[in-house]
Structures are given as structure tokens and as C-alpha cells.
Write a protein that binds this ligand. Structure first.
Ligand SMILES: [Zn+2]
Length: 347
């Protein structure tokens, strides 16, 4: 039988698992945002509705209807009709097989993101691509034209899914997400791993609508749980190449690695290797991990390290797999968006 030596056994149990259990069971989710993992109790929720005030109607008249998007592959700027652009973003960012309510939520999040970026970087462009406020890559939000989509998924994709994508976009035309009257920056990601992340832990900017919330129903995501495996030597070499002061070896492995801080959502915020403190986000980058929600296990006999990660992406804002899970459980797009973006108005 494989004898798995859990690295820093006592540290793991006391400082990693226990706080996770404690925060998840006691003080993690603000009550107003709490959702039972057993299923949504919609009885206590205000029925979601679209508010169309006179001000909103005026806003809609002034709404941006053309989007400028930079293509880094040919250094050109595309000028696209906003709603046509959103169809290409929804198709690129979310599987077309997803529930229509999840696709609608994605359409509204993508539209809101595009409009907020276009307002913010209207004059001088995005600092990373000054020709336009948005780009076609995941740097901003992925966009694919219908021709590109057919090349990727095959000709039959258009017949099977384009009307569904179009319905998701057209039925929510012009709808945006606001917080206290301002258009928000609705970040989203693939899979949270069960709990979304506070934006302040990822981008060092606190935003009241991007708070950590529970994200049930993600189990169908292929990225819900993943394991990255490497030899002990590979791990040690990678750390040593990047952090020479860490002075880590296979022999002192147990003493050198310590968890310093977790975020409220259970992700690794800071980890110490010797005297070097590494941010969870840096550690994630270094080992190409799916998320900062990870556990390290070392099998000393086999000299194998397994890093188990939960979720995929930065974990901030709407979880796309969580949105699909909620939709499959009966939530509509308004309920999905109001769940993942705290205290917002959708109109
Ligand atoms: Zn970009």
C-alpha cells in the first residue's frame, strides 16, 4: 500500500485543514449572501426583477452601441456592433451546451464588462494595448467571430447553437449590471472550487460587489479538482531557480515550507519557503496551477509531490460552472447575477 506522507502533517492539519473547516462552517459567508449547499432556498429572496426607470431609459439611449476591439495577432482594431461582439464573447467564454439562463448571465456580464472598459479607456486605450479599450484575448475577454467558431467546432456548430447564443444575447439586449448607479466591472471565471474569492485578495482593490460567496453546484466542472504531479527534485529545483534564498532541499523539505496566511475563501494567500514569503498567486504562476486553492502532499518513499487544486481561474465574481449549476437547479439569469455580484442592480 502506498504510504503517503503528508507534508508537514501537523501544520497541514492544524493550519490548513482546521481553519478551512472553521471558516467554512462558522464565519465565512455573510448571511445576506449565504446560500445553502443543499439547494437554493428562494423563499426568503425578493423575486428578481428588471427595473427600468426613466433614468435607465435615458441611459440606454446613450449606451455605447459600437465596440473597438484590438486584435494582437494582426495589430488591427475591429469595430463591432456591441450585441454582435457579445455573441462572439459568450461563444468563446462559455460552452454553448450550457443552460440558456447561464448563457444570458454570461451575456450580461460580458456586455457590462465591455461597456465599463470602453468608458474607462475611451480616449487613450487600455494601458496594455493603447489602440483600443478591449482586446480579443483572455487578457480582456475572449472573442471569436462566427467563422472562427465554425473552424474550431465544425460547420454544424452554427446550426446547432448559434440561435441559442443569439437568443441569450438578444433577449437581454442593453441590460447592464450597476452598483449604486455605476456600471460595474463584473469579473468572472471558470470554476471557483466551491467558494468565490474577494477581489482584494487577487487585485489589491476592494470592490463591494466582488465579495466572496459560496458557489454550490460546480461539481460537473472538469476543473473542479485537479492534481499536478512532479518529482520532489523538480519541485525543489523550480523553487531554488526562482528563489535562491529559499535554500530548500529534499532533506529539509518538511521544515522549510509553511503556510503563512489563507484568504477567507480558503485559498493560499502567502506561503513561506525558508525565509522567502511567496504570494499564493505567484506560487500558482510558478507551477502553472489551476487556482490558489491548493494542498501540497509529499510521498517521501516515491519522491513524488502532488499539488491538488480546487477550481480554475482567479475565483473572483461569477463562476461560469456555478452559473450553469444554478441554472440547472432552476435559477434564472437575474438570480445568478445577483448571487455572484453582491448588492447590484440589473437593468
Ligand atoms: Zn486586453
Amino acid at each position: 500500500m502506498r504510504r503517503l506522507v503528508i507534508y508537514l502533517f501537523s501544520v497541514l492539519i492544524i493550519t490548513i485543514i482546521m481553519p478551512t473547516v472553521i471558516v467554512k462552517t462558522i464565519n465565512f459567508v455573510p448571511r445576506e449572501n449565504a446560500v445553502s449547499g443543499e439547494g437554493f432556498d428562494n423563499n426568503n429572496r425578493e423575486p428578481a426583477k428588471i427595473i427600468i426607470s426613466d433614468q435607465a431609459k435615458n441611459n440606454r439611449k446613450n449606451l455605447i452601441d459600437t465596440i473597438r476591439v484590438y486584435n494582437p495577432y494582426n495589430d488591427k482594431v475591429l469595430e463591432l456592433d456591441l450585441e454582435e461582439y457579445i455573441k462572439g464573447v459568450v461563444s468563446a467564454e462559455m460552452p454553448a451546451e450550457f443552460h440558456i439562463e447561464a448563457l444570458k448571465a454570461q451575456a450580461i456580464a460580458a456586455r457590462t464588462y465591455a461597456v465599463s472598459r470602453s468608458i474607462k479607456y475611451d480616449q487613450e486605450g487600455h494601458p496594455d494595448h493603447k489602440k483600443a479599450p478591449l482586446c480579443i484575448g483572455v487578457h480582456c475577454q475572449a472573442y471569436l467571430s462566427l467563422d472562427e467558431l465554425k473552424k474550431i467546432h465544425g460547420e454544424e456548430w452554427e446550426e446547432k447553437y448559434w440561435s441559442k447564443i443569439s437568443e441569450a444575447v438578444e433577449s437581454t439586449k442593453g441590460i447592464l449590471i450597476y452598483y449604486q448607479g455605476q456600471i460595474i466591472e463584473p469579473l468572472y471565471h471558470s470554476t471557483s472550487g466551491g467558494m468565490t474569492e474577494d477581489v482584494v485578495n487577487v487585485y489589491s482593490q476592494d470592490l463591494p460587489y466582488l465579495k466572496s460567496v459560496i458557489s454550490p453546484f460546480e461539481e460537473e466542472s472538469p476543473k473542479f479538482k485537479s492534481i499536478t504531479t512532479m518529482t520532489g527534485d523538480e519541485f525543489v529545483n523550480k523553487i531554488s531557480e526562482n528563489y535562491s534564498n529559499a535554500a530548500i532541499t529534499l532533506e529539509n523539505f518538511y521544515e522549510k515550507i509553511k503556510l503563512i496566511e489563507k484568504t477567507n475563501s480558503g485559498r493560499i494567500k502567502k506561503i513561506a519557503i525558508g525565509n522567502v514569503i511567496i504570494d499564493g498567486t505567484k506560487f500558482r504562476e510558478l507551477f502553472g496551477l489551476n487556482s490558489t486553492n491548493f494542498i501540497i502532499a509529499y510521498d517521501k518513499d516515491l519522491n513524488i509531490i502532488d499539488i491538488t487544486t480546487y477550481g480554475y481561474g482567479h475565483g473572483v465574481g461569477m463562476s461560469q460552472w456555478g452559473a450553469n449549476g444554478m441554472a440547472n437547479k432552476g435559477s434564472n439569469y437575474l438570480e445568478i447575477l445577483e448571487h455572484y455580484y453582491s448588492g447590484v442592480e440589473i437593468r
